[in-house]
Design a protein. Structure first.
Length: 225
């Protein structure tokens, strides 16, 4: 930086003594003895040092304490006691509703009464055979329809022919009756006749089939071995 010290009044006086020549300003040096001459000095330029920056304060490390979480020791887990499921009381099965009584029509009753008589005589009961029953029923209906009462059919067939025709391999005997109104009545009538009684109590017979007409007038017993 150049420092100029000027004195205002002498400077104006010196400038007033100048002359203008061809448009050029010529400064006339003032006499050396002029006490009010411009004192010009050139010294070494000084550069004012920039103020030393004030060091920023070092940030202080702030220690943030970790939050202290209280540690709890968990209580021991207790397993629940096993639950015992009570065994349900079994519901009793309902008693089956009894079905209808088997058909105990006249033919069935004749078989039962006949077996009762055989039991008294020490014979085995007779088993019902459908083939014998078909032969007996056919003969009872044929007698009622044809108006006859005999062991021989109108076509000349005997009882063993009729039984064999139904597929039974061993015909044994035959009882017929007419006019009785119930099974008990007809069995009683047969038991009172020696020949019919012999058939009922024949212990060699094993099967039986009974036929009767709806009006109850004709009854037939067929036996098989």
């Amino acid at each position: 930086m150049i420092s100029l010290r000027r004195r205002t009044a002498p400077l104006l006086a010196g400038l007033a003594a100048g002359a203008v020549v061809m448009g050029t300003v010529v400064a006339l040096a003032p006499p050396a003895a002029l006490p009010d001459a411009v004192d010009t000095a050139l010294g070494t330029p000084l550069v004012a040092p920039a103020p030393a920056p004030t060091p920023a304060p070092r940030p202080r490390r702030t220690i943030v304490p970790f939050p202290v979480v209280p540690t709890r020791i968990p209580a021991p887990t207790t397993s629940p006691a096993p639950t015992t499921t009570a065994t349900p009381t079994p519901t009793p099965e309902p008693e089956p509703t009894p079905g209808p009584e088997p058909d105990r029509g006249p033919a069935t009753q004749v078989v039962e009464l006949t077996n009762a008589e055989r039991a008294d005589a020490g014979c085995e009961p007779l088993a019902t055979d459908a083939r014998l029953a078909a032969a007996a029923q056919g003969h009872a209906e044929d007698m009622a329809a044809q108006g006859y009462f005999d062991h021989v059919s109108r076509d000349g067939r005997r009882f063993d022919d009729r039984i064999s025709a139904e597929g039974h391999p061993a015909p044994g005997g035959e009882n017929i009756a007419r006019g009785q109104r119930s099974a008990a009545e007809v069995v009683e009538a047969w038991m009172n006749s020696p020949g019919h009684r012999r058939n009922i109590l024949d212990c060699d017979f094993a099967t039986i089939g009974v036929g009767h007409t709806p009006d109850g007038d004709h009854w037939v017993q067929n036996f098989g071995r």
